[in-house]
Ligand binder design. Sequence first.
Ligand code: IPE
Ligand code: IPE
Ligand code: MG
Length: 234
Amino acid sequence: MKSDFGVNLRHIAIIMDGNGRWARKRGLPRIKGHSAAEKSIHDAVEVCGELGVEYLTLYAFSTENWSRPKAEVSFIMKLLSRFIKGNIDELDRKNVKLRTTGRLGDIPDGPRQDLELAMERTSGNTGLNLILALSYGGRAELRDAFVKIADNIAASSDITEEMISAAMYNSDVPDPDVIIRTSGEQRLSNFLLWQSAYSELVFTPILWPDFHAEQLRNALEEYRTRKRRFGGLE
Ligand code: IPE
Ligand code: IPE
Ligand code: MG
């Protein structure tokens, strides 16, 4: 199914970076930057809805982010609960299906239960799949996939790329067409390592709390100009 964007755009993935710097620029504690991120998430969902995009994956918390100070981690986990509770009615009304990717078992009980309830409530929705990457690491995902595969094969020569794709956390989700990273950093930071093989990468210096509908549309316009070849000829 083609989105209303004109070029193939089924799956947008975003590395939502720069919250801490956004706060520091304003002389605020880092956590204020995380709080300010909500509006940008809201806008991303809105734009995806307008364009008929099927999947939006948001990198919210990496396996490495557990190494941050305890107070920041626990603030982010509380914010997760607040985000779910504060937005679930609207997401449901918009026919959004909430999903996650990552090691959900690492998430503290409170926010995990809020997430599970929200996912259950929206499981029958048929609009945008909003996938929150939480305690997500591309290497952790690959490792978990290899364990699954090792348990199911007779000989290592049986392993195929299709098997690896099928063993990923959300194997039904197509690879991202575009991965956008805010805040000026130009790296993947362990995001979707397997799935990003042919994703277009768009980097913008804008900090995530300043990345609203207009900025997302501009990033997607940049994606539109790209020639995707997948190793073949035009
Ligand atoms: C992204 O913003 C949010 C998370 C990684 C949880 P940061 O917190 O990384 O903000 P910067 O990169 O320090 O500015
Ligand atoms: C990547 O941002 C992870 C998320 C946005 C959730 P980081 O701020 O953790 O990445 P690095 O440390 O700059 O690579
Ligand atoms: Mg960062």
